[in-house]
Each structure stands twice: as structure tokens, then as C-alpha cells.
Write a protein that binds this ligand. Structure first.
Ligand code: NAP
Length: 552
């Protein structure tokens, strides 16, 4: 009797004889050989607490994704889903299904033995799963014939998870390579940004020998989920929706596709990013990736969660990265690590933009100045204009120095008087206390404190009677309508929203990095869209948010 393996290719079904002999470790199984050429970049991991729910999720995810991992270990009785799975696979021959039933001792939820795990995966393969995943620990426990039996039914992925760190990647990969794996999946936990670099090096060295998937979990590992495909990872994992992650740091398939354009990333893709802590709510990836897409630049812009400058700079040098946006709490500290900064950054004492030159040197700029000055210059002549800046932190300093350079007459008001007075002295501006504000009228009032930001109480640093001005420039952009903005509108004061500053500082960064004019309107639309202020950006997609600590 001849066994036949059915391969479901998009347009046809091929029946081939299955080889009975034990295969060498470097010979991909028939199934895997065909899969290799047709795997998409994203594998969506799915789980549910009962078979019907799992199949509903599979059906929904299959509308947009053709590679799905089924986490059978989340089901109390995984075998019960197999008949439904078989039915699905019969109807959806273009969908590639990966069966995973990770044992609890290896970080999954399956409490059965290695033998029952292997038996279940054989049945899943018979039901139509083209790939099965076993942990390295299971591979070690199985006999060679048992592994080969699995491999005759489906492509075999051998996986290893390190939930504590990123160590001994090469040695682990070598150990996994002793088994006849069609795919090696190696997942670690990033404790630093540099751990991602280790994972990228592994992928660059090893993925030619055997298709390898490499990912670092955790908030510091988010970049590995985007950049791994650039270094040779066969694919990357994603969740179907926010809140349905199977591992810390996982993003949705939609974010990977729409924000990071994962399908367009290749070895020549230049890497940029935004570094800071927290970084999860940053809209910079939405805005900058929109700009790169609009200008047809082969580049991707990623979030780097860190407050450790040394780790950040190691990652920038070794990845390497072409440029960075720097945000809190690194804007001041980064300056002393750079080869050179522009004169204004040095005066302000903060840098929000970094570029890496061809010789590896790092240069710093402050584009917050452009973020303040450009929107104002579109509305009034700055020379001689009377401007009040509320606040004396990094953003306020950029505003005050930038406006003084344009010969505006500037007043500073700050909660801590000494800090405000010091800034006023340094920039040859005036200091004014709240008590003396009522004597003054302004062309512009710039609000540069976090008061009224999303997540805090809707407060205002000024009273309605203080708003004797033509324009209010509100640096806070989330929420769009702060209490201060509402007060200003009610009084007929024209409002310049913080999104304009955000877009213009980003536009200047784009210009520094690429030497091209920035597509400001598209960037602005992407930001308004991400904030839910306009219903649709130039590409049709849902508003997206980046992973938080878990995204998690
Ligand atoms: P920062 O360096 O931490 O400075 C914060 C300033 O706000 C300090 O002057 C501080 O006064 C004051 N402040 C803080 N809490 C206050 C309170 N409860 N009441 C009154 N004053 C308070 O921050 P930053 O980087 O300058 O950022 C300031 C704001 O600008 C933030 O909301 C930030 O999101 C926004 N921003 C927006 C953009 C944009 O593109 N739209 C760009 C940069 C910044 P003390 O000296 O008394 O501590």
C-alpha cells in the first residue's frame, strides 16, 4: 500500500508518495519543501477555551491571513476540535495551519505526556495541519522513529522558549539542528535592546541552513518581531487582535502589516526608530512609517522601549540603525554620548533627533524647535511677536530658544519659579509669575506642561481670564480637546493643536534623515487618524496602537 501526502497549493492539490526511509536532518520533508516557498511573513497565533470558539477565530483570521498557528494546548480537550479542523482544512486549501500543543513544563498549557502530545499532533496533521510544532524538550524525549513519523505527516517545527533571557542562542540552535527539523523556532526574552541584536545575528548566520524563526519576547523585544524577517526569519508571529496575544510583546497582524509594512521589509531596508520609556503610546511609528511609504523609501521605523542610553547606543551601532527620534527620559542624557550636536541642541540642553553617519559617528539635533516655530510662522511674523511660554522643561526650552532666535519677545511662566527664571535668563527672555500675568496681553500663549494630558485629570494651568491672546498653542495633543483648548475656543482664541508641533518636529527629522522634503499632510493625516480625529487616512485601515508592556 502506498501512502499519499496531500499538499494543498493555491490552485491545485498534488498527491505524492511519502518516503518511508528515515530522512537526514538536512533534508526537508516534502510538505516543508513546498511550504518554504509559499509561507507568508506573518503567522497569526490563535487560542480559545473551546473548539467552537477556536474555529470561529480560525475562520475570522483566515479572511486576512494565510498562516495560522492553532494553540491546541489552550483547549481542555484538544482532540475534540479535530473533526471541525478537518472540515475547515478541506474547504480552505490555501490556508496553512500549524498545530501546536505546548506542554505546561515548557511554557504551554498541555498537561499530558510527551506520547499523548505526539499522538495529538499526528491526528492534527491527519486533519489537515501542514506543520506541527514540538518543543526541543519533546524532541529529546521522543525516539527517532517517532519524530520521523510526525515528519511523514507534516512539516516539523522544533521550538525552544527561554522565558528568562537571551542566552546561548548559537548553542541552542546547534542542539536543535541535531534533529530533523524543517523549521527551527527559537524564542527568547529580551532583557535589553542588545538582546535583539543577538537574535538578528543568529538569524543572519543560521537561517540559510534551516528555515529559522527567531523572536525576542517582552517589551524590549518588540523590534525583533518586526526586524527578524529582515535578518532571515522565515516569518514572525502576531496576534489576531489586541488583547489576544500568546506571548509578551506580540503585535496584531494588522499593525505589522499596516504600520510596519512587514511585507515590504528586506535585507536592504533601513532602520529608524523612536527610543524612550514609556513608548507604547507613541504615534511616531504611525507617522514616520506613513512618510517613508509615501516617499517610496525602503525604511522602517520601530519603537525602542528603553531608558538605558548605553544599551540604546549599542543597539544603534550594531543593528545598525540610521537614525532615531529621542523622547523622554533620554533627551538630555543622550547629548554627552554624541559625537556632535547642533548649536541649538547644545543651548537647549536636549536633543530629540539622532543621525548615524556613514563613518558610524552620531550627530544630534533638536527638531522640537521646528515643531514650535513652523506652525507659528505659517500664521504670524515672529519677529517682535509677544509670546508667553508656560513651562520650563525640555519642550518649553526648545520653544523659548527657537522663538528668541527669531527675535520674538518671550515671557516664561513656570510652576517652579527658579527653573523658569533660569530659563528666562539663559534665553534673554522675561520671567512672569501667575500673579502678574493679568497685566499682559500676548500674540501667542504656548502651553508646554503635561497638565491636561490623557490619563490625568482634565485640568488647566491657566484661567479663562489669563487667555488674553490671539493664539493658544497647546503642546498636549492627546486628548485633542484639553480643558485649556475648550476654554480658548469658548473665548474665540484661535487654537494651534499639539498635533501640529508633533508633525512638524517629525517632518524636520524626516528631512534630516533623508534629505527630502517631508510629506507633511500625509503625516498629519496619519496622526489625526491614529488619534481617531479623522475617520480615514490615505490608506484604509483601522486605528492602531502599539504594544504596551505585554503587547502587549
Ligand atoms: P518636562 O521636561 O518634564 O517639563 C515639564 C514642565 O511642566 C516643567 O516646567 C514642569 O514644571 C511643568 N509641570 C509639570 N507638571 C506640572 C503641573 N502639575 N502643574 C504645572 N506645571 C507642571 O516635559 P516636556 O518634555 O517639556 O513636555 C511638556 C509637555 O509638552 C508634555 O505634555 C509633552 O507631552 C508635550 N510635548 C508635546 C510635543 C508635541 O510634539 N506636541 C513635543 C514635546 C513635548 P516644574 O519645573 O515645576 O517641574
Amino acid at each position: 500500500m502506498r501512502f499519499a501526502l496531500e499538499l494543498h497549493l493555491p490552485l491545485c492539490t498534488i498527491k505524492m508518495p511519502v518516503r518511508r526511509k528515515l530522512m537526514k536532518s538536512d533534508t526537508p520533508s516534502y510538505a516543508a519543501r513546498f511550504l518554504r516557498h509559499r509561507l507568508p511573513r506573518i503567522c497569526v497565533a490563535l487560542f480559545a477555551s473551546n473548539p467552537s470558539e477556536l474555529m470561529e477565530k480560525v475562520e475570522a483570521a483566515a479572511n486576512e491571513n494565510s498562516l495560522l498557528e492553532l494553540r491546541l494546548d489552550y483547549l481542555p480537550k484538544p482532540a475534540l476540535v479535530l473533526p471541525k479542523l478537518k472540515e475547515f482544512a478541506g474547504f480552505h486549501r490555501d490556508i496553512i495551519l500549524v498545530a501546536t500543543c505546548r506542554r505546561a513544563v515548557n511554557g504551554g498549557k498541555f498537561r499530558g505526556t510527551v506520547a499523548s502530545q505526539s499522538e495529538l499532533l499526528l491526528k492534527a496533521a491527519a486533519a489537515g495541519c501542514q506543520l506541527v510544532d514540538i518543543e526541543l524538550e519533546t524532541a529529546k524525549a521522543l525516539k527517532a522513529q517517532e519524530i520521523e513519523k510526525l515528519r511523514q505527516q507534516a512539516g516539523l517545527m522544533i521550538s525552544f522558549h527561554d522565558f528568562r533571557g537571551t542566552k546561548k542562542l548559537e548553542e541552542t540552535w546547534e542542539e536543535m539542528h541535531q534533529f530533523p527539523a524543517d523549521y527551527i523556532k527559537i524564542v527568547s526574552t529580551a532583557k535589553s535592546l542588545s538582546d535583539n541584536v543577538k537574535m538578528m545575528r543568529l538569524l543572519e548566520h543560521r537561517s540559510d541552513a534551516v528555515s529559522t524563526v527567531g523572536v525576542c519576547m517582552g517589551e524590549r523585544g518588540i523590534i525583533s518581531r518586526i526586524l527578524n524577517v529582515r535578518s532571515g526569519s522565515a516569518f514572525t508571529f502576531a496576534s489576531a487582535e489586541s488583547g489576544a496575544e500568546t506571548a509578551p510583546g506580540q503585535m496584531t497582524a494588522r499593525v505589522l502589516r499596516d504600520v510596519f509594512r512587514i511585507d515590504a521589509i528586506d535585507a536592504a531596508t533601513k532602520v529608524y526608530g523612536v527610543a524612550g520609556d514609556p513608548i507604547g503610546h507613541s504615534l511616531s511609528p504611525e507617522m514616520m512609517n506613513t512618510a517613508f511609504r509615501r516617499e517610496n523609501i525602503n525604511a522602517v521605523y520601530v519603537p525602542l522601549q528603553t531608558s538605558d542610553v548605553d544599551d540604546l547606543l549599542k543597539c544603534v551601532r550594531e543593528m545598525p540603525m540610521q537614525g532615531l527620534s529621542i523622547t523622554m527620559p533620554l533627551k538630555q542624557e543622550i547629548i554627552k554620548h554624541l559625537d556632535k550636536t547642533d548649536a541649538l541642541s547644545a543651548k537647549i540642553g536636549a536633543c530629540n533627533t539622532l543621525i548615524r553617519s556613514h563613518d558610524g559617528k552620531l550627530y544630534g539635533f533638536n527638531t522640537d524647535v521646528a515643531g514650535v516655530v513652523r506652525p507659528l510662522e505659517q500664521r504670524l511674523i515672529l519677529s517682535g511677536a509677544k509670546i508667553l511660554v508656560v513651562g520650563a522643561g525640555g519642550a518649553a526650552r526648545a520653544a523659548v530658544f527657537g522663538l528668541r532666535e527669531r527675535n520674538a519677545e518671550v515671557w516664561v511662566m513656570n510652576r517652579t519659579a527658579e527653573t523658569g527664571q533660569k530659563l528666562a535668563r539663559q534665553a534673554h527672555a522675561h520671567y512672569v509669575s501667575h500673579a502678574h500675568l493679568k497685566k499682559l496681553d500676548f500674540d501667542v500663549i504656548i502651553h508646554a506642561t503635561p497638565v491636561g494630558m490623557e490619563g490625568s485629570r482634565p485640568q488647566s494651568p491657566l484661567e479663562e481670564s489669563d487667555l488674553r491672546t490671539r493664539y493658544l498653542f497647546e503642546m498636549v495633543y492627546n486628548p485633542a480637546e484639553t480643558k485649556l483648548v475648550k476654554m480658548a475656543r469658548a473665548k474665540g482664541v484661535q487654537v494651534i493643536p499639539g498635533t501640529e508641533m508633533f508633525v512638524h518636529q517629525g517632518a524636520r527629522q524626516f528631512e534630516i534623515w533623508t534629505g527630502k522634503p517631508a510629506p507633511v499632510e500625509d503625516m498629519h493625516r496619519a496622526v489625526l487618524f491614529a488619534l481617531g480625529i479623522v475617520p480615514q487616512a490615505f490608506s484604509v485601515r483601522e486605528p492602531t496602537t502599539l504594544p504596551q508592556a505585554k503587547r502587549g
